[in-house]
Design a protein around this ligand. Structure first.
Ligand SMILES: [Zn+2]
Ligand SMILES: [Zn+2]
Ligand SMILES: [Zn+2]
Ligand SMILES: [Zn+2]
Ligand SMILES: [Zn+2]
Ligand SMILES: [Zn+2]
Ligand SMILES: [Zn+2]
Ligand SMILES: [Zn+2]
Length: 358
């Protein structure tokens, strides 16, 4: 038992309980007032977190109930309930990482706002992925943001540094990069004036409207953008009205939920339920049913009917169950060796990262 809590050993239950409660409230208050990175800086924050974990473990050891509100129930089956930290005999909390299933014992385990636990490695992997794949940015679990301000100290040093450097760029919804192809440096807000962005690296100027070299008068026509639009229409892709991202229909239901959460019709691109297009693309629906039949066995025609009935899953209301033995993730295409989540209604197979962090 560490120094902080041994003094409580001699106290009666009621007094000890009260002291723990007050201490925890005080820590929460400190966190609220000062936030991350102040009042003793990082060391102070780590110390506060460690003390908090210690108090909670001691509280569990003495058999006192928790006072805090429980994490919200998402109604998505028991498997999604975060595992509470169990107190080890020595009073040090042990966390089971929700991602890698390892039992990691460390002072640095991060508990996400949704209640899932992340070991330092898995949290670092998530932050690193979010910098390379924007679908995972900003980092989140169960749709709740994992703020860098609170999670930063749990990251591997190199990930923390890189993320801090890139944060402005990642948060910038109207990014400008230096137009010189060999440079392509991100131009921060501080280097922009009117429609001109001056590269902090090579000092060349870029037009923030057309992303080419600065010029007199109107921007020249954008041939590259036009060719993307042409390819998209040849391939039958649709463009999200909200974020402009290109999406390709794979499952067969014309109701698309974009990564930006916008919902629209795949046929005409209008907001969902504002048009009179058919709900399904028959060929794609049948192709999808055959793909599922190959993977799981079963009758393709019956599966097609089931997919038709459960297309509302596309809003994110899946009923996942854990399937041992691995498989390909329908979302990111990655092969998972150990297990995969499968929706029993729409037969989507998905990896943990795409399920929790997208
Ligand atoms: Zn982990
Ligand atoms: Zn979560
Ligand atoms: Zn440059
Ligand atoms: Zn221009
Ligand atoms: Zn979108
Ligand atoms: Zn439509
Ligand atoms: Zn589903
Ligand atoms: Zn995936």
């Amino acid at each position: 038992m560490a120094a902080h809590t041994t003094v409580l050993d001699d106290l009666d239950d009621e007094t000890a309980h009260l002291i723990i409660k007050c201490q925890l409230e005080e820590l929460t208050q400190l966190e609220r007032e000062f936030g991350a990175g102040s009042e003793g800086g990082k060391d102070g924050e780590v110390a506060r977190r460690f003390y908090e974990a210690e108090l909670k473990a001691y509280r569990a050891l003495r058999g006192f109930a928790e006072e805090e509100a429980q994490a919200p129930d998402e109604g998505d089956g028991v498997d999604q309930q975060p595992s509470p930290p169990a107190a080890a005999p020595d009073g040090v909390p042990r966390f089971e990482c929700s991602v890698c299933d390892e039992r990691n014992v460390s002072d640095y385990d991060y508990s996400a706002p949704c209640g899932h636990h992340y070991c330092g490695d898995c949290l670092s992997d998530l932050f690193a992925t979010s910098m390379r794949d924007e679908r995972f940015y900003p980092p989140r679990c169960c749709n709740q943001h994992i703020l860098f301000e609170s999670a930063g100290i749990f990251l591997r040093k190199e990930v923390e540094t890189e993320f801090a450097d890139k944060k402005e760029e990642l948060d910038d919804s109207r990014r400008t990069y230096c137009h010189v192809p060999t440079c392509s440096t991100y131009v921060p807000q501080s280097h922009k004036q009117a429609d001109v962005a001056r590269c902090p690296s090579c000092q060349q100027e870029t037009c923030i409207l057309c992303h080419g070299a600065t010029h007199e008068g109107d921007c020249p026509p954008d041939e590259a953008a036009q060719s993307v639009i042409d390819t998209a229409s040849q391939e039958g892709w649709q463009r999200c009205y909200s974020c402009q991202r290109m999406v390709e229909l794979t499952i067969g239901c014309n109701h698309i939920t974009c990564h930006c959460r916008a919902q629209f019709c795949y046929v005409c691109g209008e907001r969902w339920r504002t048009c009179r297009c058919p709900q399904f693309h028959e060929e794609r629906l049948l192709a999808r049913a055959e793909q599922v039949a190959d993977r799981e066995g079963g009758n393709a025609a019956e599966l097609a009917e089931q997919l038709r009935q459960h297309h509302e899953c596309q809003r994110g209301d899946h009923e996942y169950e854990r399937i041992e033995g691995g498989g390909d993730c329908d979302e990111c295409g990655e092969y998972l060796r150990v297990f995969i989540w499968r929706c029993e209604n729409c037969h989507t197979d998905i990896c943990s990262r795409c399920r929790f962090n997208l």
